[in-house]
Write a protein that binds this ligand. Sequence first.
Ligand code: ZN
Ligand code: ZN
Length: 326
Amino acid sequence: MLLERPGTPLREATLPRPVPGPGQVLLDVLACGVCRTDLHVADGELPDPKLPLVLGHQIVGRVAELGAGAGRFRVGERVGVPWLGWTCGVCPYCRSGRENLCDRARFTGWQLDGGYAQHTVADERYCVPLPQSYDDVAAAPLLCAGLIGWRALVAAGSGERLGLYGFGAAAHLIAQVARHQGRRVFAFTRPGDSEAQAFARELGAEWAGPSDTPAPEPLDAAILFAPAGALVPVALRAVAKGGTVVCAGIHMSPIPSFPYDILWGERILRSVANLTRRDGAEFIETVRQAGIRTWTEPLPLARANEALDRLRRGDSLRGAFVLTPD
Ligand SMILES: [Zn+2]
Ligand SMILES: [Zn+2]
């Protein structure tokens, strides 16, 4: 499925089978998760995508062929391809363990073709080995919703009382990880979304309610998965002194101005950007230990536009859409 121009629907297309370059693997795509970021690329909210482009950066694939010099995986092995597809390796960010901030980084399904396809190629160094205990569809949401959520959770610090704003694909995984770590989870959803609130409680949230009501008690940290800037002052008001508010999305609507006193008291407001390979390794290890469950709605690849439309509408959704090639 091909994006030819932002703002237009994806088009079904037949492309030549990609050829793996040096250090790359050719993958048969088994499943590809649909992420809100795909929507931001498709809608033109992220600048300068490769065009035409194959979206998708939560790819579960089977190695079909090795490019020259590739040897990390064997043909037939199952691997994951996340958002971070390539970094320069030599800039100050790359050399200080912050390859997620590399100015020359290339991202899967943005500057590089992704997984809304039957085949794709990926640099083997950025692929993620996947736990066997997850089937193809179940493993897909780990690769972005889980991974970016994990980076946000680490950035939120070790406080016990954790607020999650927006209870979708990422929050449903991170709530389970946070519970596994012994934290208390407070889930904030769109007003009226009682289904998402019930889902949050099912996953161990001790409180779930609409984002326009105050938290039942001060929080130590809050993560904003919803791309709504209006929630930033709301979350700052919800955290105690010294608390951290983490914006986990790659795109957010404008943040309204707010009085300094809700930041005062050493509250921290920060974003997380992308992921590092180390985040991937740590998160997969955590997943193995915590045994978290993913909720998915599989759809055939040909229905990618429907998945994007429903995500755009916020069509009440448990977990994540995952596309499977026919
Ligand atoms: Zn770099
Ligand atoms: Zn994503």
